[in-house]
Design a protein. Structure first.
Length: 222
């Protein structure tokens, strides 16, 4: 990579990795390892980028970020930070795409460890991830980067298969409507004949206070 490309790429990496540090927990041994890896990379970023040796250290950084326990929404914030960059030089564009691809891989690994309780949650994740995969597949196709394109397609296919298998045993969502706001205990008993499912109902509808459930919402089918 030429020096001007490395300079632009280094500044871009600095911005994205700083976002990573704000999103990922930095306490404990995993946090220390992440801070140390990012600091080492940024300290030598010009040399690393000029020698085109950025792949392995960036891959390790994204893996270390996942090891800190960062959640999917936080990793998507890192993805968005990389995607929002507008580099001008070819080398910096390649580095940007590499960070997005590392982020996609890490997000899929996080999803594989998630416990889903409703089909709506699965559909929400599927929609967001498909929106992230589409532009990267288009870029790889336009650049005629066959191996990258195939890797992205295979990753998305594995991700889609996993979500399909995850969805299979989950109950369907039903819409409910009451004529007044009720406590979660009362509403759970009316919907399920089981007041112990009150917390499940509140979390499914993202309700703030258990004494005042919204009159309309979603419930798991029995």
């Amino acid at each position: 990579m030429f020096k001007d490309e490395a300079i632009e790429a280094a500044l871009m990496c600095k911005r994205v990795l700083r976002v990573m540090l704000t999103q990922a927990p930095t306490r404990g041994r995993p946090g220390f390892k992440l801070r140390n890896a990012i600091g080492d990379f940024l300290a030598h970023s010009l040399k690393i980028l000029q020698n085109d040796d950025y792949g392995l250290p960036l891959d390790e950084i994204f893996d270390l970020a996942r090891d800190t326990g960062i959640n999917l929404a936080q990793f998507q914030g890192i993805h968005d930070a990389a995607a929002s960059e507008s580099p001008k030089t070819v080398g910096a564009v390649i580095v940007k795409n590499a960070m997005i691809q590392f982020s996609l891989a890490a997000e899929c690994r996080i999803i594989a460890d998630m416990n889903f309780v409703s089909r709506d949650d699965v559909d929400f994740v599927r929609k967001n991830m498909n929106a992230e995969f589409a532009p990267m597949q288009e870029i790889a196709a336009d650049d005629m980067a066959q191996m990258t394109y195939q890797a992205l397609v295979q990753l998305q296919a594995a991700f889609a298969f996993f979500l399909a298998e995850t969805t299979r045993p989950l109950p369907r969502m039903l819409r409910y409507r009451f004529f007044e706001s009720l406590p979660t205990l009362v509403m759970a008993y009316k919907l399920y004949s089981d007041a112990s499912r009150a917390d499940e109902l509140r979390m499914e509808n993202k309700n703030v206070h258990p004494a005042f459930m919204l009159m309309t919402g979603k419930a798991l089918g029995n």
